[in-house]
Write a protein that binds this ligand. Structure first.
Ligand code: NAI
Ligand code: MG
Length: 497
């Protein structure tokens, strides 16, 4: 069964005026009665009105989450029962894959072929992976050197967790945050991005349907400076998990100091993608295209600094430019679209501003560099853009653009390229393309990045840890690494004498 745009528009979910927020198991309007609009980036038209959360709504959600954490059914559920709820939620997500994919594409702009084949299935997968962890949160027995003591550790949930997510992978980011927090027994207040609140709110309905007790998951849409800031400053929130800009990450760290909240941050990047001359070049060029243009370049791991050995530089740049020219730019809902619009007018201005800066500083766009020449495309579109004649010091080679814009940079040898790749405030991801196994591992070791992809790029799996070095963040998501972020260790001493 396939869902169509008209079905979505007439769905009970979008027929709400406005789309409500989830607090303590109830779907409610904001305390202030205020609403905000979310847009379809493919057309620039209003998609829905959404209840706008603010400090008062956040406070109500925190009270509900605290109550659900301390009393009621949630803390009494067995690990197996928690796991089953997560598994059931995954089944419900899969059951609604067409609807969720379309809603995600309408709200974010991303091509429907990707939301259907990747975003929604990976969301279900994430909940399934963490369903398995609920029953495996083991402590240790500790062989202390004090006689007659029996000493063991317990892994307990952190408590009430505030989670703030961005707009680039709205439902997947919700899953990355919710699944481990719930597996570990925490309760949550999730604040989706103001640009893309819809799939997180629809997920909230599925969470209720799956049978999670009231107040375990609260979802409050609203703006960062109001709802987000209130969540970070709230004295009864034990932990904040954030994905977004490095700039806001720093603000969150400061604002969370009041009650010394635990904080994990997944922030920006300016990731190097390095092509050695011994790589399978056809494959590497295709990889470079996916590294930068996937999701319109709106991905924290985007391979935005493409280092190419000078002996193959011209060949790679012209190959990549040809592939970029061949990408079909189109509406998110068109199943043949390769590249959709950017998420918002604001992001369009930011990205095209960087393109202008690049040109002004002397870089040369071998392809792209403008809005597509197509009257039909009225939304926030920008052509895939390859910049040549770039130096490492230029703004476009240093700052995160978060759009389909890559800078191609020639290099001569391994030590040189590793040093240049590492010369960044960021350290999120890196790519290496070579058929020499020694060079591959040596380069991976030399790169200061939380993830290194060799002869591939942008691979993610619920089981593989992900996170940043340097100003790309604190902590890791996914895999068992994330369990440290959502549990705390209690050591118990028993005198057996
Ligand atoms: P942002 O960092 O402002 O927004 C991300 C989330 O944080 C949203 O939910 C927003 O409402 C919230 N937020 C904003 N200010 C806040 C505050 N003071 N307190 C609490 N929450 C707050 O990112 P924005 O403005 O959407 O994009 C700006 C740039 O950030 C992008 O161009 C890109 O470079 C980077 N970015 C990186 C992402 C990543 O995945 N690492 C995701 C989104 C943006
Ligand atoms: Mg912002």
């Amino acid at each position: 069964m396939t869902t169509h745009v008209t079905d979505i528009a007439q769905s009970a979910f979008l027929q709400q005026q406005p789309v409500k927020m989830l607090i303590g198991g109830q779907w409610v309007n904001s305390a202030s009665g205020k609403t905000f609009e979310t847009f379809n980036p493919s057309t620039g038209e209003v998609l829905a009105k959404v209840a706008e959360g603010d400090a008062e709504d956040i406070n109500r959600a925190v009270v509900a989450a605290r109550k659900a954490f301390e009393s009621g059914p949630w803390p009494k559920l067995t690990p197996s029962q928690r796991g089953r709820l997560l598994w059931k939620l995954a089944d419900l997500i899969e059951k609604h894959v067409d609807e969720l994919a379309l809603l995600e594409t309408l709200d974010n702009g991303k091509p429907i072929k990707y939301s259907k084949a990747a975003d929604i299935p990976l969301t279900a997968d994430h909940f399934r992976y963490f369903a398995g962890w609920a029953t495996k949160l083991e402590g240790d027995t500790i062989p202390v050197s004090i006689p007659n003591m029996f000493t063991y550790t317990l892994r307990e949930p952190v408590g009430v967790v505030g989670q703030i997510i961005p707009w680039n992978f709205p439902i997947q980011m919700a899953a990355w945050k919710l699944a481990p927090a719930l597996a570990c027994g925490n309760t949550v207040i999730l604040k989706p991005a103001e640009q893309t609140p819809l799939t997180a709110l629809r997920l909230g309905e599925l969470i209720s349907e799956a049978g999670f007790p009231d107040g375990v998951v609260n979802i409050v849409a609203g703006f960062g400076e109001t709802a987000g800031a209130a969540l970070v400053a709230h004295p009864d929130v034990d932990k904040i998990a954030f994905t977004g800009s490095t700039e806001v990450g720093k603000k969150i760290l400061q604002a969370s100091a009041g009650n010394l909240k635990r904080v994990t941050l997944e922030l920006g990047g300016k990731s190097p993608n390095i092509i050695f001359p011994d790589a399978d070049l056809k494959f590497a060029v295709r990889g470079a295209m996916n590294a930068i243009f996937f999701n319109q370049g709106q991905i924290c791991t985007a391979g935005s600094r493409l280092f190419v050995h000078k002996s193959v530089y011209d060949q790679v740049v012209s190959g990549l430019s040809d592939l970029a020219k061949g990408m079909k730019i189109g509406l998110g809902v068109d199943p043949t679209t390769d590249l959709g619009p950017l998420v918002s007018q604001e992001q369009w201005e930011r990205v095209t501003g960087y393109i202008e800066t690049g040109k002004r500083e002397g870089a040369n766009a071998t392809t792209g560099g403008a809005r597509p020449d197509n009257e039909q495309l009225k939304g926030y579109f920008v052509q895939p853009t390859v910049f040549d004649n770039v130096s490492d010091e230029m703004t476009i080679a240093r700052e995160e653009i978060f759009g389909p814009v890559v800078t191609a940079l020639p290099f001569e040898d391994v030590e040189e390229v590793a040093a240049r790749a590492n010369k960044s405030i960021y350290g999120l991801a890196a790519g290496v393309w070579t058929s020499d196994v020694k060079k591959a591992h040596k380069t991976a070791a030399a790169l200061k990045a939380g993830v290194v992809w060799i002869n591939t790029y942008n691979q993610f799996d619920a089981a593989a840890p992900f996170g940043g070095y340097k100003q790309s963040g604190y902590g890791r998501e996914m895999g068992h690494a994330v369990l440290d972020a959502y549990t705390q260790t209690k050591t118990v001493w028993v005198n057996l004498r």
